[in-house]
Design a protein around this ligand. Structure first.
Ligand code: B4P
Length: 183
């Protein structure tokens, strides 16, 4: 079973849903940068104040803020982990590569969750989080295409990428991902 994983995919593909299930069943640390940023917004920290407006627009929070969060969590983690929603652009990916080299904890598998835009939009509209209105969702999809999709070839070139069809029930998709983690 792979111990150090990364989930990649467009907003609404179900990264958070699947990451939580797999992390629980395998005893991995689940690190969701989206959840961590929302928690900072909730407690009203300086970091949260900086992130709040950016997230509401559907844009990416600064690399510096996100990296600081991930670095401190990974440095404290002695077991396996699952990164969900990070990295989201090439500069975050390169910073992560350098951090993991320093920690001696290489990525073992990158799971790319693939889903049509129509289904993504439908899922996000029914989730109804404050950044889930149609205009913001479309902007998040554009940001994903422009900034996050270059990571697909980055991880494919490293021989780490496996794609998963993210349509179907939560259980069906979980079974597909579990198979990959055991390969
Ligand atoms: P995230 O919190 O990462 O959220 P997401 O991409 O919108 O959703 P995810 O793919 O995890 O989908 P989920 O499981 O919830 O990002 C939010 C914002 O945070 C970003 O826009 C950005 O501003 C900021 N941010 C986060 N990380 C960052 C970084 N590294 N750098 C800079 N900024 C960053 O599923 C979606 C919905 O579908 C849910 O309602 C779920 O219940 C449903 N669902 C899941 N699986 C389903 C299935 N099989 N069938 C039907 N519905 C399903």
């Amino acid at each position: 079973m792979k111990q150090r994983l990364l989930f990649l995919g467009p907003p609404g593909a179900g990264k958070g849903t699947q990451a939580q299930l797999l992390a629980e069943s395998q005893g991995l640390l689940h690190l969701s940068t989206g959840d961590l940023l929302r928690a900072e917004v909730q407690v009203g920290s300086e970091l949260g104040r900086q992130a709040e407006a950016v997230m509401a627009r559907g844009e990416l929070v600064s690399d510096e803020l996100v990296l600081a969060i991930v670095r401190s969590r990974l440095q404290q983690c002695s077991g396996g982990w699952l990164l969900d929603g990070f990295p989201r652009n090439l500069s975050q990916a390169e910073a992560l590569d350098a951090l993991l080299l320093e920690l001696g904890q290489p990525i073992e598998l990158v799971v790319l969750m693939e889903l049509d835009d129509a289904l993504l939009i439908q899922r996000l509209l029914s989730r109804g989080r404050s950044d889930d209105n149609e205009g913001v969702i479309r902007h998040r999809l554009t940001v994903y295409r422009e900034q996050t999709t270059p990571l697909i070839s980055h991880y494919r070139d490293l021989g780490l990428l496996q794609a998963v069809e993210a349509a179907g029930t939560v259980e069906e998709i979980a079974a597909r991902i579990t198979t990959l983690t055991k390969a």
